[in-house]
Design a protein around this ligand. Structure first.
Ligand SMILES: [Zn+2]
Ligand SMILES: [Zn+2]
Length: 147
């Protein structure tokens, strides 16, 4: 019994050491949280600095792979956890048809990302349920513009 407890204790000590090592590493990695990429939606003008553009953000740990190259920001409202990956926000991406940079509010993702304009223009190419999404999107985009 006593031996087992000792092992548990050792285990705890070991873990604490590993933790402090990780902290050192995190300090070096800190620059991945620096906002170096400028995102600007070409449709609504939303402008935001973010950490990453691409498919495989360094701060999102193997939880998912993006199927498109997108602008990713570490969620500023949740604490950072280097070990488990971070919460993140996708700001937007590029329209596959006209290649403008668009935010998630001005675009829709269906196999690829399309800006609201291209989605509207090609609306007949999409399945019915996606068509209704496009109509809603175009509607809110028009309202946003007239504001
Ligand atoms: Zn936008
Ligand atoms: Zn487009």
């Amino acid at each position: 019994m006593d031996d087992q407890r000792l092992d548990v204790l050792r285990g705890v000590i070991k873990e604490t050491k590993v933790d402090s090592k990780d902290d050192d590493k995190d300090e070096k990695k800190e620059d991945i949280f620096e906002k170096k990429v400028q995102f600007q939606c070409e449709l609504c003008g939303l402008c935001e600095m973010c950490q990453y553009k691409g498919k495989d953000p360094p701060f999102v740990k193997n939880l998912l792979q993006f199927s498109e190259s997108c602008y990713v920001m570490v969620d500023p409202f949740t604490p950072r956890q280097a070990k488990f990956g971070n919460n993140f926000l996708v700001l937007g991406g590029e329209c596959d048809a006209c290649h403008v940079t668009v935010c998630v509010d001005c675009s829709l993702y269906f196999t690829k990302r399309f800006c609201v304009k291209c989605a509207q223009f090609n609306i007949n190419e999409f399945p019915k349920d996606v068509q209704s999404r496009i109509v809603k999107l175009a509607d809110s985009y028009a309202k946003q513009k007239s504001r």
